[in-house]
Design a protein around this ligand. Sequence first.
Ligand SMILES: O=c1ccn([C@@H]2O[C@H](COP(=O)(O)OP(=O)(O)O)[C@@H](O)[C@H]2O)c(=O)[nH]1
Length: 393
Amino acid sequence: DLCPVSVDPSGRVFYGIMFDAGSTGTRIHIYKFIQKDPVELPVLDNEMYHAVKPGLSAYKDNPEEGGNTIRQLLRIAKKTVPEDEWRRTPVVLKATAGLRLLPEDKASALLKEVRDVFDESPFFVPNNSVSIMNGANEGVLAWVTVNFLTGHLYSNTRRTVGILDLGGGSTQITFLPKSRKTVQSAPPTYIARFNMFNHTYQLYTHSYLGNGLYAARLATLGALGADGLDWKIFTSSCLPKKFREDVTFGGTTYKVSGFDCLPCYKLCYYEVMKVIKGIVHQPYEVKGSSIFYAFSYYFDRAVESGLIDSSRGGAVEVRDFKKRAKEVCNKMTKYRAISPFLCMDMTYITCLLKEGFGFKDNTVLQLAKKVNNVETSWALGATFDYFRNLNIH
Ligand SMILES: O=c1ccn([C@@H]2O[C@H](COP(=O)(O)OP(=O)(O)O)[C@@H](O)[C@H]2O)c(=O)[nH]1
């Protein structure tokens, strides 16, 4: 399809609307760009961001209701984009783990509903504007976002940063390998090549479906794919002992409870280990000194557990997650008010980083929700991809 934006070298303003239909929420990103020079990267002027919960997959049996969440977010787009730009502003939705995990007919019904809502909007609806994104693109596009925002795509040093994204349903790791051994020892599907502005990048990237934070909670409890959901109670040493509640993920509800286990951390670590061991590939290189940006639920849990300040973010070592996980699990009542799942989540994150990816205790992670006031998410990279066609293969 034709891109409706005619690029004018005198510095034209254009907008792009990207919806992130995640497993735990739907988010709209409205970007305003200024194209100062037709061969350079456009300048990102600002982003308008808004999120709603739950995600589309929660409406698997009622797609019209799901469509209403999109309508609601499009109202913000109409307020943000000037009216005379509406018809050439593309509106795109990409769904991630939530829809990947649904049966195909349920997912298609939701996507069709979104497409109808887009069609009745005043914005430009490109072909294929509503889809489920594949995991490799999710990782690569988040890498593009973070390296763009940190200035690494502009500089000629070829230095870049890796990214760690922890969603509700899936988790991604992506970085530019320095050593040939990383590429040679990786499963072939974990290597993605793409071109961007005279540069060819070869990245290590993988999305683990079912290893997002919320899916991992259910897997730890043994509830993922289990039957008898209306009468079974799933227990875990990662939960406070008197805790008993119904939890909902992807439109399905489970009964969960904790049990007596002092100290709980060790038992909990053993439980979450089963969700990670033998599943997550350890790239050769993470033992080295590369810089990784960690965002999404890595950031949220670091804030909740008091590791970092929510407005400033900051650098932590892998061992800080471990230390705090131990503390939260062994003093569960103290942290219960913050979240009864904090012990499980912190232990899972620690285990994923150490036993899964193989990071060392002293690896430094840069935790960020925003860089230069823009959300760290694949959505910006996906918007570039739309306008520029990165050609990932
Ligand atoms: O622009 C964004 C997009 C996502 N998130 C956070 O990233 C996590 C993403 O979870 P999601 O449900 O999208 O996971 P997925 O479906 O990709 O597994 C949640 O903490 C969101 O609040 C965010 O902070 N900014």
